[in-house]
Design a protein around this ligand. Structure first.
Ligand code: CTP
Length: 129
């Protein structure tokens, strides 16, 4: 089974590692869409700390990840799932229910987030030190 997931994975942390390892348990080939710097800027009005090439290299180096690509638009999930022949879409439960319309082309699984860690929180902690 081919599994696909998406994210920014900026300042890579253990919450990122956990979701990727758990995503891989749902199949045997894990494909990760890394959101581009421009997509993040359009969404959050700031660029990620780590540029997209570095973020993609880090994720691609993980033993549980088989393939990475750049996610250029949030509106293209259906096209990416079809292009990469994914059987299962895995998302963090911060997106609970948001991708249920894709159930006509793949299974959609929401996994619980790792508590108490996020890129946003890490940036705040570092700023305060
Ligand atoms: N994720 C997770 N547990 C966390 C943080 C992230 O499972 N504590 C998951 C998200 O649900 C998503 C993937 O990791 O499926 C990539 O999330 P991303 O938005 O890149 O990371 P965040 O740390 O949530 O970043 P931000 O604070 O900028 O939203």
């Amino acid at each position: 089974m081919r599994v696909i997931t998406f994210g920014t994975f900026d300042i890579f942390h253990v919450g990122h590692l956990n979701i990727l390892k758990r995503a891989k348990e749902h199949g045997d080939h894990l494909i990760v869409g890394i959101s581009t710097d421009d997509l993040n800027f359009s969404k959050k009005a700031r660029y990620p700390v780590c540029p997209q090439k570095s973020r993609a290299e880090i994720v691609d180096a993980l033993a549980c990840v088989d393939e990475v690509f750049f996610e250029e638009s949030l509106e293209l999930k259906r096209e990416y799932i079809q292009q990469y022949n994914a059987d299962i879409l895995v998302m963090g439960d911060d997106w609970q229910g948001k991708f249920d319309d894709l159930k006509d082309i793949c299974q959609v699984v929401y996994l619980p987030r790792t508590p108490s860690i996020s890129t946003t929180e890490l940036i705040e902690i570092v700023k305060e030190r």
